[in-house]
Design a protein around this ligand. Structure first.
Ligand SMILES: Cc1cc2nc3c(=O)[nH]c(=O)nc-3n(C[C@H](O)[C@H](O)[C@H](O)COP(=O)(O)OP(=O)(O)OC[C@H]3O[C@@H](n4cnc5c(N)ncnc54)[C@H](O)[C@@H]3O)c2cc1C
Length: 569
């Protein structure tokens, strides 16, 4: 490697500050190698910092500590029953799935040793818990809340904010909407309010979920002297023959060539913010419906494709059903903006269903958000279903949160005036407002109500799985996802297949090396996260199926590049 062709040389270069980036950097530093992370935007942490921050890591140490039934074999059976069922998904293979299952728990152990405070959420069912090896308690790992003031002052404002701006953990937020009806809800609300109050007195600034995870990672990375640079977009790669030797970025307004002795890891996110790529790979979806951060523009995937990298699953995304109230159309970038949007946690509550534009119900509304949106998009090819209609009755409005508003509260006038929220005294009138056939909508509701009274969704089995029930009413008796739609007024809002990320990209091997079309690795080039074709194939096995693999394959890439580990394929 000729040092003169570079402005600077590091052992390892990471493109993007996403999920796996700081994990890989910490691994490199633990082996005494120098690392730089080059982040395009002015904030650190990527969509990972904005997210729920949940990692799906089967067989993790916290499950063992809590005595939750788990084993490599059980987790492997589940991976086969989900990811393993994917067709035409080169990102997943028996070898990659095994590498994930073996390395994920080690990655968690490594982070704990690095002082990252992690824990499990006590009950967060796998999304297909009824399949072989499925776990109802779940396999999720999250970070403890993080006090941003633990970061050096100049870095505190550079951590990307989370979509939740309150000092509470995900499992606390889960209960808070029930505070009027349950003691646990009241307790969780009081806990979060007390924490926020004492934070004011003690000068703490708590962040939660993905910001807590990435905040803790950033603190450790800075402590270990990882060189992290914002406003440093990588444009291209420096090659020697077919091997990657460095990257071209910018520094102080001029082109800056950075050499990488051991390799380059691309952790630059996916292409959710790129409409041209969406039109090509994810038709009938829009950048207006993505909750990802502005850097998710896909140029690194394109650059890697131009270098001959193989791609897979570009037609998959991690869907996130959403209905967007007027005034909240522009999701891009800032933490708070998700607050008013209904979707993922709502449609499996009692007294609500989804119908297509002919008024027919066509799915189990309690499934994973990825499957929910996939079903919408597939159904739309047969019957107009984008948008579909989220139908509710007064019982729903009286009992549950609706797009960030409290149960029973008056909804903003402009929601009605803009025509986004439809309200009618009868089902027939509601159908007319939504341009649905009143007879079809009535028969859909009649059929659903008959099932509800019998306690079983005979059509789509909503509520049969632990996961559906978890999405339902936390304090309801019987089947907590089912409730009749019979008490007027009736309501409807349009629902679209939004997303929290794309799911396809370059194909990698068990060591996270980027592969060419012929299956051989591009020397010196690694990738992880949504830049890659997911190891989960066309499935989302459980909460954290994006960030878990991003961290794990970042860790694997660093070990391999530093010659500290070779994951057999
Ligand atoms: C609200 C919300 C909640 C979510 N909750 C969860 C969850 O709990 N668990 C889960 O698994 N998934 C969750 N997801 C999805 C998940 O957050 C993302 O899929 C995942 O974080 C993507 O991580 P990544 O490692 O691919 O990179 P990202 O975190 O997306 O980071 C990539 C970084 O690379 C930068 N970059 C891009 N191009 C360049 C370039 N050319 N040069 C330099 N830098 C570049 C970007 O600016 C960005 O900062 C959620 C998403 C959202 C929006």
């Amino acid at each position: 490697m000729d040092a003169e062709q570079f402005d600077e040389v590091f052992d390892f270069v990471v493109v993007g500050s996403g999920g796996g980036s700081m994990c890989a950097a910490l691994m490199m530093r633990s082996l005494d190698k120098s690392v730089v992370i080059l982040e395009k935007t002015d904030l650190v942490g990527g969509t990972t910092a904005r997210s729920g921050g949940v990692m799906w890591i089967p067989n993790n140490r916290f499950m063992a500590e809590d005595g939750v039934e788990e084993s490599y074999e059980k987790a492997s059976a589940y991976m086969e029953a989900t990811a393993g069922q994917s067709e035409d998904a080169p990102g997943t293979s028996p070898e990659r799935r095994a590498a994930y299952l073996r390395e994920g728990p080690k990655m968690v152990d490594f982070l704990v040793k690095q002082g990252i405070k992690l824990r499990r959420i006590p009950y967060y069912p796998d999304y297909y818990d009824d399949r072989a090896g499925g776990s109802a308690p779940g396999r999720t790992v999250v970070a403890e809340l993080f006090n941003v003031n633990e970061l050096p002052k100049e870095w505190a404002s550079k951590l990307r904010p989370n979509f939740l701006q309150l000092a509470g953990a995900l499992d606390e937020f889960f209960w808070i909407p029930t505070f009027k009806r349950s003691w646990k809800g009241k307790k969780m609300l009081a806990t979060v309010m007390f924490r926020a109050f004492t934070a004011k007195l003690t000068g703490k600034h708590w962040v939660t979920a993905g910001a807590a995870l990435q905040g803790r990672m950033l603190k450790a990375a800075l402590r270990e002297k990882v060189d992290i640079r914002v406003n440093s977009a990588v444009k291209s790669f420096i090659m020697e023959g077919d091997a990657v030797k460095g990257v071209v970025t910018t520094k102080n307004g001029r082109e800056w060539r950075v050499g990488a002795k051991l390799g380059v890891l691309v952790n630059a996110g996916g292409f959710s913010q790129n409409q041209e790529m969406r039109d090509k790979y994810l038709p009938n979806t829009s950048t207006k419906w993505t909750a990802t951060t502005p850097g998710d523009t896909g140029e690194m995937i394109r650059e890697l494709m131009s270098m001959g990298a193989a791609t897979g699953q570009l037609d998959e995304m991690v869907g996130n059903q959403m209905s967007i109230p007027p005034g909240r159309e522009n999701l891009n970038g800032n933490g708070l903006e998700l607050g008013g949007i209904g979707g993922q946690m709502d449609l499996a509550k009692p007294h609500a269903i989804l119908v297509d534009q002919s008024g027919v119900r066509y799915m189990n509304e309690g499934g994973s958000y990825m499957e929910f949106c996939m079903t919408m998009r597939q159904h739309h090819l047969k019957v107009p279903a984008i948008p579909s209609w989220w139908i509710m009755d007064q019982q729903f409005m009286d009992t549950y949160m609706f797009c960030g508003t409290l149960p029973g509260s008056k909804k903003p006038k402009e929601w009605y005036e803009s025509g986004w929220l439809k309200k009618a005294d009868t089902v027939a009138e509601l159908a007319a407002l939504c341009k649905l056939d009143p007879a079809v909508l009535k028969s859909t509701l009649d059929r659903f109500n008959t099932d509800v009274r019998a306690g079983r969704d005979t059509e789509f089995h909503r509520g049969d799985r632990a996961y559906d029930k978890w999405l339902g009413d936390a304090v309801a008796k019987g089947n907590p996802t089912l409730g009749t739609l019979e008490k007027g007024p009736f309501y409807a809002v349009p629902m679209v297949p939004g997303d929290v990320g794309s799911y396809g990209g370059v194909v990698c091997d068990t060591n996270a090396r980027v592969l060419k079309e012929d299956g051989t690795p591009i020397p010196g080039l690694y990738a992880t996260g949504t830049t890659t074709a997911s190891v989960m194939g066309r499935y989302y096995p459980g909460a954290g199926s994006s960030i878990g693999p991003s961290f794990t394959f970042g860790y694997v890439a660093a070990k391999h590049a530093a010659n500290a580990g070779n994951i057999a394929g």
